[in-house]
Design a protein around this ligand. Structure first.
Ligand code: AGP
Length: 616
């Protein structure tokens, strides 16, 4: 949530910051702002501009300004404390020294600090927790007595609880940016005589591929000549430097109208990348370098607990079926936000596996810390290379699907399911699965990208069908077994993008209550591909039809019967049931995409959402 970008170098900062903010807009898009210091002005002053709405509004606001400063900070906001107003937009400034600050996260003890600062005579002009931190830094700043910007930031952060990634500038030190993080992502791109600090690599890779990661409680003071990294207690630390892997073309639209469309359609290529070099058909062994050092612990584990949120949770739920069915490994799956607060039992032999596209989701990270503190081996199934989860787990497997920019997760979902399918074979083959079964499943896995391509060719048909039903305000999504989580995912995609109320559930659950919702013509999407419970799903379809529900079925090619029981059928190629979620989900993604367009919504930036949920 919230995009952060800061620049110090020799180029004019203003346009660079705006360009960076555009790349980060998917992180939050209710308001935006920039602050620039021109060191050549004497005395130096902070030039500030903010606008409610998209970064393009900020850009308009900046038209005609002649800011020549070569350092500054920029922010795109996802509101937590305080409404969406220009005053509440970042950067925030203090009322004395001349400090400007941008922040991602939540300062939890802001109310106490605000009272303290008001007693000291400070006047607040916003409703935000961030202004409190800005004011606190200003209050502590005392350059004459050795408390410069770096020291004031360190001192202020020792007083706050909560999560933060911040960048701070001060007109008294016009050649310094101080940045810090705890619980929210922040990296520092290292260029040639310039530095770009950002919440995501997307704002950096146009300028440099070399970046330094910060750990929690790290503070970095950056000048044009170099940087110094320390803790909030001013103990020097050596930062880790890494090479960013994304290419610029991966984060551009490349001829598509929307990122979501691009990401749906690049799933075959993305999954080929996920699978590349990891399948070994000969003896059925999957090669997963990231976890091989822990193979023994995994094989001998007594149970696996999967933790995640949102779409990633749906992939984790699929893994619960796969690990138990294919590897006979006891597995539970839980919302990370629940796991972390419910005093979970983590006994000997428990492996806790986090699934996350961003690797930064606050609830999942906190649950991982809880698991680690209780002695669990922690694993990550993560997309973003070098993300906090990737760094803080004992081991893990990367998705390798490339950057996902659309707020609605699509290729990350299929990538997660592909990795978790491989993990189930990795475990299964080492526990009880015959080489032959393992090889057969690997062969099928390798064919998934081609089969997705066949489904994508149906997009015009799916579009036309979606447009026929898009006026309905209530939809049901139903599935059984490994496709029950796909029903949840189909409902999530539809509601987050088109704002249609949609519920997903196990098909059998419907008659325990939700069947009361069915009215004449209400769309009910059934995942009805061939599998162990196919006949049962047909019964649930009949129950829905006889109450006036309008059935849309996702079925297996060649299924002649299904046409006589469902009004609309979307066919997927044949595929073994355990691997079918990577196919059954695709028509549902396409439906959600076209439903949002038909209802006139911004597909890539749905209302109230942000890509990466870095606050609790
Ligand atoms: C779904 O489309 C959302 N983007 C959301 O549910 C997301 O999957 C969830 O917030 C978890 O994010 P993560 O994978 O980055 O941890």
């Amino acid at each position: 949530m919230c995009g952060i970008v800061a620049y110090i170098g020799t180029r004019p900062a203003r346009s660079l910051l705006v360009e960076g903010l555009k790349r980060l807009e998917y992180r939050g898009y209710d308001s935006a702002g920039v602050a620039v210091i021109d060191a050549k002005n004497s005395p130096a002053k902070i030039q500030l501009a903010k606008a409610v709405g998209r970064v393009s509004n900020l850009e308009k606001r900046l038209e005609g300004t002649t800011w020549n400063g070569t350092m500054g900070i920029g922010h795109t906001r996802w509101a937590t404390h305080g409404g969406v107003t220009e005053a509440n937009a970042h950067p925030h400034t203090d009322d004395g020294v001349g400090i400007a600050l941008i922040h991602n996260g939540i300062i939890e003890n802001y109310a106490v600090l605000r009272t303290y600062l008001e007693q000291k005579g400070h006047t607040f002009v916003t409703d935000t927790d961030t202004e409190v931190l800005t004011m606190l830094i200003g209050e502590l700043y005392d350059a004459a007595n050795g408390v410069d910007l770096e020291a004031a930031v360190q001192a202020a952060l020792r007083e706050v609880t909560g999560a933060y990634a911040i960048c701070v500038i001060c007109k008294e030190e016009p050649d310094v940016i101080v940045a810090a993080r705890k619980g929210s992502p922040l990296i520092v791109g290292i260029g040639n005589g310039e530095y770009i600090v950002a919440s995501d690599p997307q704002a950096i890779i146009a300028h440099t591929a070399q970046a330094m990661t910060l750990d929690d409680y790290n503070v970095v003071k950056i000048t044009r000549d170099g940087f110094r990294t320390s803790t909030i207690d001013n103990v020097e630390v050596t930062p880790q430097v890494l090479q960013l892997e994304s290419e610029l073309d991966e984060i551009d639209l490349g001829g598509y109208e929307h990122y979501m469309q691009k990401e749906i359609f690049e799933q075959p290529a993305a999954l080929r990348n996920t699978l590349r070099g990891r399948l070994d058909m000969k003896d059925g062994r999957v090669v997963l370098g990231g976890v091989s050092a822990f193979a023994k612990d995994l094989v001998r584990a007594r149970r696996i607990i999967m933790i995640a949120q949102g779409t990633a949770l749906h992939s984790a739920m699929i893994a619960e079926y796969l690990f138990e069915d294919l590897a006979r490994m006891p597995t539970e799956c839980e919302y990370a936000s629940e796991f972390r607060y419910r005093n979970p039992i983590v006994d000997d032999g428990t492996v806790v596996m986090a699934v996350s596209q961003s690797g930064e989701t606050a609830d999942t990270l906190a649950a991982l810390h809880e698991a680690r503190d209780r002695g669990a081996l922690t694993l990550g199934v993560v997309n973003v290379v070098g993300s906090t989860m990737a760094r803080e787990t004992d081991a893990g497997v990367y998705l390798r699907v490339g950057p996902e920019i659309g707020v609605a997760s699509t290729k990350a979902f299929t990538g997660q399911v592909a990795v978790l399918s491989m993990l189930s074979l990795f475990l299964g083959r080492r526990r009880l699965m015959s080489p032959q079964t393992a090889s057969e499943l690997q062969t099928e896995l390798a064919m998934i990208p081609d089969k997705i391509e066949q489904i994508l060719a149906l997009a015009p048909e799916i579009k036309a069908m979606t447009e026929r039903y898009v006026q309905h305000d209530n939809w049901l999504f139903l599935g059984r077994g490994v496709n029950y989580p796909v029903a949840l995912e189909g409902a999530l995609k539809l509601k987050e993008l088109s704002y249609i109320h949609a519920e997903g559930m196990p098909a059998a659950e419907m008659k325990h209550g939700p069947i009361a919702l069915i009215t004449e013509g209400m769309p009910a999407v059934f995942i009805a591909n061939k599998g162990a419970q196919y006949e049962k799903v047909l019964s649930n379809i009949a129950e829905t039809r006889s109450r006036g529900g309008h059935v849309i079925a996702v079925a297996t090619e060649g299924d002649k019967h299904i046409r006589s029981v469902a009004e609309d059928v979307l066919f997927i190629p044949e595929c073994p049931e355990p691997l079918s979620p990577m196919l059954t989900v695709v028509p549902l993604q396409i439906m959600a995409y076209y439903a949002a367009l038909a209802r006139g919504h911004d597909v890539d930036k749905p209302r109230n959402l942000a890509k990466s949920v870095t606050v609790e």
